[in-house]
Write a protein that binds this ligand. Structure first.
Ligand SMILES: *Cc1c(COP(=O)(O)O)cnc(C)c1O
Length: 353
């Protein structure tokens, strides 16, 4: 198959299953998971629940479904969730909480998506009574995708928990890339997990599985989520072939995320030194780089097209910034190519196109 791009930094969802992963999938034991009879799915669910320090877990086809199931466990129709204005649940799930569950939302603005507990605590209204919408849930994203792979500080998560719990407001963690936060900081997955009532994690981002996410929470909540998963059309049958890919990823693709982080940082350092103001490399903690290309006069779409004509794909995350994501299928040579092609382009500005 001809590669459309030499270096594809569009997303860490692009990874293709390795030979070893395909073998694990092909040889997986399976059963009908809607009847709870797929042993490989059960193994994955138990393993992820254990890793995150929760009672039980539920395998879902997508991270969006895991988030939306988590959200509806805590929020009823006509109630609200709050999340930062760049949150995936608000920006990239097609209004699902409103459309599927009748839930409204409000947001605060967070620099780089970084959590400051005071902001949601000031925003939430858990006792709205008969006049104001009741806040039932705060959603935290770790790492923060559109914020640039930002790792959320544990002390802010703890402060948020201390402020929400006494007021009966639940916390859901969109942990699509919690693996990256764990590898970047050394903070245990369960140490993050313990502060939340539910957590979603993705197997199909940096971990390199073709499909799959997992929601964790209490046994009661997972039993409810199982019903809603079926109602949302997410009850799957011999899906152990996909769970096997997830188990393989947990065995082989977690620690290596550090390589993605190092490569992203190397690119950010080169760009930031050549064009100060485009990126502060100190803020690049994981596998995502959000580069302000407007510093040298580029629009994000103009820069995307110029990069594309040089064989490199990236994503315009706002009118002024592009996002580059490192993953399993981008190596050191690919990173060198990205530096060599994109840094001069950024330096010279749109006249270089
Ligand atoms: C990718 C992602 C999800 C889930 O996306 P799906 O495409 O539905 O699997 C959720 N949250 C964040 C932060 C993500 O980056």
């Amino acid at each position: 198959m001809p590669a459309a791009y030499d270096v594809d930094l569009l997303s860490d969802t692009l990874t293709r299953p390795t030979e070893a992963m395909r073998h694990a999938m092909a040889t997986a034991e399976v059963g009908d998971d809607v009847f709870g009879e797929d042993p490989t799915v059960r193994t994955l669910e138990e393993r992820v629940a254990g890793l995150l320090g929760h009672e039980d877990a539920l395998f879902t086809p997508t991270g969006s479904m895991a988030n939306q199931l988590g959200i509806r466990l805590h929020v009823a129709q006509g109630e609200e969730l709050v999340a930062d204005s760049l949150a995936h649940v608000l920006r990239a799930e097609m209004g699902a909480a409103a459309v599927l569950s009748g839930i409204s939302s409000r947001s605060w603005v967070a620099q780089r998506g970084l959590l400051d507990a005071a902001q949601p605590l000031a925003l939430m209204i858990p006792d709205g009574g008969t006049y104001q919408v009741n806040t039932r849930l705060v959603v935290v994203e770790n790492t923060h995708n559109f914020g640039g792979g930002t790792v959320q500080p544990l002390d802010q998560i703890e402060a948020l928990r201390a402020g929400t719990q006494p007021r009966g407001v639940a916390m859901h963690l969109d942990g699509a890339r919690l693996w990256n936060a764990h590898v970047a900081t050394g903070v245990g997955l369960a140490e993050y997990g313990q502060h939340f009532d539910s957590v979603s994690v993705c197997l199909s981002k940096g971990l390199g599985a073709p499909v799959g996410s997992v929601l964790v929470g209490s046994s009661d909540h997972m039993a409810q989520a199982r019903v809603w998963r079926k109602r949302f059309g997410g009850g799957m049958r011999q899906v152990g072939i996909l769970a096997a890919a997830g188990l393989h990823a947990l065995d082989h693709h977690v620690e290596r995320l550090a390589d993605d982080h190092a490569r992203a940082h190397r690119f950010a350092k080169a760009a930031g030194e050549a064009v100060p103001g485009s990126i502060d490399p100190a803020t690049v903690q994981t596998n995502i780089v959000v580069l302000d290309v407007s510093v040298t006069g580029w629009s994000s779409t103009g820069f995307m097209e110029a990069a594309g004509s040089r064989g490199i794909r990236l994503y315009p995350v706002s009118p002024t910034a592009v996002r580059l994501v490192w993953h399993l299928d981008v190596d050191d040579a690919g990173t060198d190519r990205a530096v060599e092609a994109l840094v001069p382009l950024l330096e010279k500005g749109p006249s270089a196109a």
